[in-house]
Write a new protein. Structure first.
Length: 715
């Protein structure tokens, strides 16, 4: 089963029977269906951070949660100091794997000490290599035009972490003692690096060689070679150099290939190299140390007898790494997993779907969002499903749209990734134009003729802009967008100090939570966050009573955002009272908005709910359902109380027809959402606010099915 990192996929051999789309969460669930339906005996997973979609590659877990067969996972990277998302993914991966395969003893040690995995669950199987005969390199150099030269080699996809610049920096000293040295750098630049910055790294290496006067001693082969071609290069090599910069590299396939072919190796002391090259099987040099590399290379070139002894020791050790030997050990691991797997009766598909299947969400459809967007930004309103030019644009909706695109690209990217990128750029450009640099305030309304209609927008629109920019700073798809978002956020944050709107505070707090992931060192932003939490708690204490657990004497609009912002901010500060107020007020709000028929009924905008008065049941607005989804999912994440997950689901299903009129607000034909629920009908206009409310709620519900959305441990 192959993972595609581009919509068009690749041309695979016939043995590839299923293709997953890297960023499409549903693709992983369909893969589980495929495996279960085919009654596969077991699943072998190759795990590496960066291969699978989702935060820290967590989309893979959606597949592992649903397969009904033993799982053996080969870990190509094992982090000793993982980030919180990486740790959550690893813990889940360990739990859902029947056996774990690592390629070095250090990997087993880390799994045991850091992740608490019992050694009996771990198989140490070395990286497989082709069986290359032990030969004299002189026989193979002519075809590359390097006969009569000492050949140094580094190969693999090029990128800054390879440390090749340190080998080039060592060459002047090496060439001074051994003028016939030539350094082959074999491999294409990593395609992801090409997409971001082109050939900048390779060109920097070429310039360095030129500046040091060794350009004639360095040969760049800028291509991805077949195994057959690679074998020829290895045979022509005298000394292999791996100057990698990351000590925590637990596996290096390139090192394994050359070491097992019986070549002398000079390497930095990353974990895999330290283990393989022990006991005289190679030479280790410090990280980022050209002088050390030069000494080690010259040590071999000065003493051919020592180099020959090293080669023979490496080749002998490598006999345990050739593919037939490795395959036999994998076979034993697979058999072990299957024999240990405790099969209860295999559930029927009907029972399985009812009991454990992920919550089914409508398919992602962004047609209406696309239609509502022009070269300026997102139109505010629609007449039915057609954009309404008369009312122009607003910062509020372009901010919401930027949040949606950012969420979709980070966690639920689909084959329309380029489309989302283009839309996000347009919405960010609108917010950039909306900021009045002279006042530090965001304008809100713009006419269709691109004229701003005010000097400063509402406090709430300013807060929403900061929320979107904070999200963009933390989660934007590229560095330049993140930097722009952070700059605009910082420029607009100062104005919030004078705001009196609790919702503007709340939106800003949500933005601060995201922004501080991008800039955790920003103490001024942390102080603003602290003051806003205190303000909101103070407001609640002044307003709340035994029968009115709310922040104000009326419940109006976007209500659950007040609760959500307290939960988010109080959890990270931490602020115990803020967390308690957030949960207490949200619980009260949920009780107000749950009918006897057990469906969601938001406070209506036609009068709202004033303390001591009658609540308005209509007109019901999509933003209320969206805010409730967000706040309840946050409460579930923090507490682990499944009641909150049920409340989020109840609020989301309001969009789909579980409401007072039994009418679906979401229009599956257009991908839009109707503007609200009146007493007798739905508002058929599909404006930006409503459409975005549905899609953001859908994105958050989808993320809630994601393992990273599960409750955090109590602190």
């Amino acid at each position: 089963m192959a993972v595609n990192d581009r919509p068009e996929g690749y041309k695979y051999p016939s043995r590839v029977c299923y293709e997953l789309q890297e960023k499409d969460l549903d693709s992983y669930r369909r893969a589980a269906d495929f495996l279960n339906y085919q009654n596969m005996d077991m699943l072998s997973v190759q795990h590496e951070f960066g291969i699978y979609g989702g935060v820290a590659g967590s989309h893979l877990l959606a597949l592992l949660k649903e397969v009904r067969m033993p799982v053996v996972t080969t870990l190509h990277t094992i982090l000793q100091n993982p980030s919180p998302p990486q740790r959550k993914v690893m813990d889940e991966l360990v739990q859902r794997s029947d056996r774990l395969v690592v390629m070095a003893n250090k990997g087993a040690e880390i799994l045991n000490e850091v992740y608490g995995v019992h050694l009996t669950k771990i198989d140490v199987i070395p990286h497989g290599i082709p069986d290359i005969p032990f030969t004299d390199s002189g026989l193979w150099k002519r075809q590359f035009g390097v006969q009569d030269h000492h050949v140094l080699l580094t190969f693999g996809l090029l990128g800054p972490g390879k440390g090749i610049e340190h080998v080039i920096a060592a060459l002047p000293e090496i060439v001074k003692r051994h003028p016939q040295v030539v350094y082959l750098v074999l491999g294409a630049t990593h395609p992801h690096l090409i997409a971001k910055e082109g050939e900048r790294y390779r060109l920097s290496l070429e310039r360095l060689a030129e500046e040091l006067g060794v350009r004639g001693n360095v040969i760049f082969y800028n291509r991805f070679v077949t195994l057959e071609d690679l074998t020829e290069f290895i045979k022509a090599t005298d000394i292999y150099v791996t100057p990698y910069l990351n000590e925590e590299q637990i596996t290096s396939g390139t090192l394994a290939y050359v070491f097992g072919a019986g070549k002398a190796v000079v390497s930095t002391p990353y974990w895999h190299a330290t283990e393989l090259l022990a006991e005289g099987r190679g030479l280790l040099t410090p990280f980022c140390d050209p002088a050390g590399i030069a000494r080690a290379v010259c040590q071999y070139l000065d003493s051919p007898a020592e180099m020959e002894r090293t080669r023979k020791a490496a080749y002998q050790w490598g006999r345990e790494m050739i593919w037939p030997a490795v395959a036999q050990r994998y076979w034993h691991s697979f058999q072990h997993a299957c024999s240990d797997w405790k099969r209860t009766s295999r559930p029927s598909y009907a029972d399985w779907i009812r009991s454990s299947r992920a919550y089914e969400l409508p398919a992602l459809r962004l047609d209406h969002l696309d239609h509502m967007t022009d070269g300026t930004g997102l139109f505010q309103h629609a007449v039915f499903s057609v954009p309404d030019f008369h009312h122009g644009y607003c910062t509020d909706d372009n901010a919401r749209a930027l949040i949606l695109c950012t969420l979709l690209m980070e966690e639920h990217g689909s084959t329309s990734g380029q489309k989302l990128e283009a839309l996000a750029s347009r919405y960010l450009a609108f917010l950039t134009a909306a900021l009045n640099r002279d006042t530090g305030r965001f304008r809100n309304f713009m006419s269709h003729g691109r004229q701003w209609l005010e000097e400063a927008g509402s406090e709430d629109s300013h807060g929403r802009a900061l929320w979107a920019l904070g999200t963009g700073a933390a989660k934007a798809s590229n560095k330049s967008k993140a930097q722009l978002c952070a700059y605009l956020f910082e420029e607009g944050l100062h104005a919030v100090e004078s705001f009196t709107s609790p919702r503007a505070w709340a939106f800003t707090m949500l933005g601060l939570d995201e922004y501080l992931r991008f800039a955790p060192w920003d103490q001024k932003a942390r102080e603003v966050q602290r003051r806003l939490v205190f303000r909101l708690v103070k407001l609640w204490l002044e307003s709340a009573s035994d029968d009115w657990l709310w922040f104000e004497p009326s419940v109006t609009y976007d209500n659950a955002r007040l609760c959500q912002s307290l939960l988010v901010s109080s959890a990270v500060m931490p602020h115990k009272e803020g967390l308690e107020v957030g949960l207490m007020s949200l619980r009260w709000l949920a009780s107000l908005q749950r009918t006897q028929a057990n469906h969601f009924r938001p406070i209506g905008s036609n009068g709202f709910y004033v303390k001591g008065g009658a609540r308005a049941d209509f007109d019901q607005q999509p933003v209320e359902a969206q805010a409730m989804v967000s706040a309840c999912l946050e409460a579930f994440r923090l507490t682990g109380d499944k009641t909150w997950r049920d409340e989020a689901k109840r609020a989301f299903e309001w969009f789909l027809g579980r409401n007072d009129l039994g009418i679906s607000l979401y229009d599956a034909a257009t991908g839009g959402c109707r503007d609200g629920l009146h007493r007798d009908r739905a508002n058929e206009n599909q404006g930006a606010e409503s459409t975005l409310a549905f899609h953001i709620a859908r994105a958050e519900m989808s993320a809630a099915e994601h393992p990273l959305a599960q409750p955090l441990p109590a602190t």
